[in-house]
Design a protein around this ligand. Structure first.
Ligand SMILES: N[C@@H](CCC(=O)N[C@@H](CS)C(=O)NCC(=O)O)C(=O)O
Length: 301
């Protein structure tokens, strides 16, 4: 896709660039032609990858690995001579299909994390469902590790929700979902302790208590944090944890008849808040598939 904008000389642009390329994180520039702003910031090649609203996104092709982005925002005071004649290209994303239902969204919390990020950033995407019990050859070529989620970026497949969400943040900086460093690990042990408890056959082995300890720590944080982990706005740490809490709630409810204790009011409220977001409703697997997805693990234990 090509987005060529002819911008009038009076236009004021705000440029955001990746600091890894030495760009300032924010800089204002009044320039005669948009293309000049690119020169001003370095040797970016002209490969436009998208335009959303008043944002123009360009990748640095010569340094693909760095995955750098320049976003230019035109201020409302100036006119754009020629409208940008592009439609936004959808991002291809490979996610898990439901067990036994290859045409339905499956129960992968990492896949949902990526879909949530795309939704929250209003990035158009087209999702393909991968039957992970019968992986097609083209998928194994795309990601030899054989795992979802995977996205296609500049013709290359990129795997792993950690890597993908960092890339999405760079490509689509607004709305920002960046979590401050100190909150990035909150709740990070919940999924592991949940799986141990779910698959445990011994009620005295301490796995339930280990999970409760992790959930209590989260509850404590949420007491003062505001609606989400970093205040009133959702951030990446919420989007990583929410799908895992969704699995926890459904799988433990089904297989252990377990429910979140009433003492963990803040976690309960948090789950209600985040599960009711439009983005979550759009990207969640239906409960039946989540239950089915854990069946083999529970039975194998
Ligand atoms: N660390 C990876 C984990 C991805 C993962 O475990 N995906 C699972 C589905 S939820 C998968 O593809 N499993 C298929 C397999 O291992 O064969 C991420 O964050 O993306």
């Amino acid at each position: 896709m090509r987005a060529v904008a002819a911008i009038s000389s009076s236009i004021s642009l705000t440029c955001y660039g990746s600091s890894r390329l030495g760009f300032p994180s924010t800089s204002s520039c009044a320039i005669p032609r948009y293309n000049r702003s690119v020169a001003r910031f370095g040797s970016l090649s002209s490969s436009w990858i998208g335009q959303r609203g008043d944002e123009f996104v360009q990748l640095d092709q010569s340094r693909e690995k760095r995955l750098s982005v320049l976003v230019v925002r035109a201020s409302a005071t100036s006119a754009v001579e020629a409208p940008v004649p592009t439609s936004v290209e959808s991002m291809e994303v490979l996610v898990k299909a439901a067990d036994g239902h290859p045409d339905k969204l499956g129960d992968c919390p990492f896949s949902q994390r990526v879909l949530l990020t795309l939704e929250e950033k209003h990035v158009p995407y087209s999702a393909k469902y991968i039957d992970t019990s019968n992986k097609p050859q083209w998928f194994l070529e795309a990601n030899p590790e054989g795992k979802v989620p995977v996205i296609k970026h500049e013709g290359k497949w990129i795997a792993d929700s950690d890597v993908i969400t960092v890339l999405l943040e760079e490509l689509y900086p607004e709305p920002s979902l960046i979590s401050p460093e100190e909150t990035k690990t909150i709740g990070s042990k919940i999924f592991g302790t949940f799986i141990k408890f779910l698959t445990s056959k011994d009620p005295t082995d301490g796995t339930e208590q280990a999970l409760l300890d992790e959930l209590s720590a989260l509850d404590e944080h949420l007491k003062t944090s505001g609606k989400y982990m970093n205040g009133e706005k959702v951030t990446s740490v919420d989007l990583a944890l929410a799908p895992k809490l969704y699995h926890l709630k459904i799988a433990l409810g089904h297989y252990k008849k377990w429910a979140m204790p009433d003492t963990l009011q803040n976690v309960q409220r948090y789950m209600e808040d985040i599960f009711s977001r439009e983005s979550f409703q759009k990207t969640k697997a239906v409960e039946e598939y989540v239950v089915k997805g854990w069946e083999a693990k529970v039975n194998a234990a």
